[in-house]
Design a protein around this ligand. Structure first.
Ligand SMILES: [Zn+2]
Ligand SMILES: [Zn+2]
Ligand SMILES: [Zn+2]
Length: 118
């Protein structure tokens, strides 16, 4: 699924990805976040999609890279930095869209420094 954002195309890979960056693993109304991965620079709808399609183990973002725009908001069709995402209270800091609160439990899969806050 190729999704336009800020004039550039973000190609989000995953199983059954829709225009809101949902996938077959996470398909509720609030599952609208996709992530870029530091290991390959590719975007996936979720870590399970990366596991299924990337062909290599996922790496996590280190704290030094938290200024990277590695989060895609499927509601507002824009990018967020990792730090903005981590500081948001289960909603998008730019467009206010609700994010799945359950994503918090998976932060350690994506971000090394987030391990202590889950
Ligand atoms: Zn990867
Ligand atoms: Zn998925
Ligand atoms: Zn947004």
């Amino acid at each position: 699924m190729s999704l336009g954002v800020c004039g550039q195309d973000v190609f989000i890979e995953g199983l059954g990805v829709d225009s809101g960056a949902r996938c077959q693993h996470w398909s509720s109304l609030v599952d609208i976040v996709a992530q870029r991965y530091p290991c390959c620079g590719r975007w996936f709808a979720c870590f399970q999609c990366h596991k299924a399609l990337a062909g290599h183990a996922a790496e996590r973002w280190s704290a030094a890279a938290f200024a990277t725009e590695a989060i895609y908001c499927g509601a507002g069709k824009h990018l967020l930095t990792i730090s903005a995402y981590l500081q948001s209270q289960d909603q998008c800091s730019q467009c206010g869209a609700a994010f799945n609160p359950g994503c918090r439990e998976h932060r350690a899969l994506y971000f090394t420094e987030a391990t202590h806050h889950v």
